[in-house]
Design a protein around this ligand. Structure first.
Ligand SMILES: N[C@@H](CCC(=O)N[C@@H](CS)C(=O)NCC(=O)O)C(=O)O
Length: 134
């Protein structure tokens, strides 16, 4: 059973990434000035993730849908990033959103929690994505 999942995992990953690329959400239109302001407002965020992990794909799509430029670190390909995550967040699991502040770093695990945090902090109201939905 373990061997079965070991063999099937790369294949699943391949299809997840293919589907993700084919159906990638479009970021909302923003002027360069609006985007600059937003980039400054997200500069304290870092997403620790794995390329073909479905939970990470879900979070990356939400980031793309909101047009956020969040720093990404791949914990499978980048051993330094994996060490940072383990040292700071204490759990070797992606996705994890690191939220830096003067008080320190908060390590947010759980894709659904990350998605609802992004929705609350960076709403789409006023962007063309929101008007297109109406
Ligand atoms: N409930 C978590 C599940 C996250 C999860 O299971 N992530 C897997 C990858 S899909 C992981 O990081 N496993 C550890 C590893 O592969 O090293 C979420 O929704 O974020």
């Amino acid at each position: 059973m373990g061997l079965f999942f070991k063999l099937i995992r790369p294949l699943l990953g391949f299809f997840i990434l293919k589907f993700d690329r084919m159906t990638a959400p479009r970021p909302p239109f923003r002027t360069p000035e609006e985007q600059r302001k937003l980039d400054a407002a997200t500069a304290h965020l870092t997403l620790y993730q794995l390329e073909a992990c479905p939970f990470c794909v879900k979070v990356r799509r939400e980031i793309l849908r909101r047009g956020l430029h969040v720093r990404m670190k791949d914990i499978k390909r980048d051993p330094v990033a994996a060490e940072e995550l383990l040292a700071g967040g204490k759990i070797d699991q992606g996705p994890c959103l690191r939220i830096d502040s003067k008080a320190g770093s908060h390590w947010m695990y759980e894709s659904s929690e990350i998605i609802s945090y992004l929705g609350k902090e960076y709403p789409l109201q006023g962007t063309n994505a929101e008007t297109a939905k109406a």
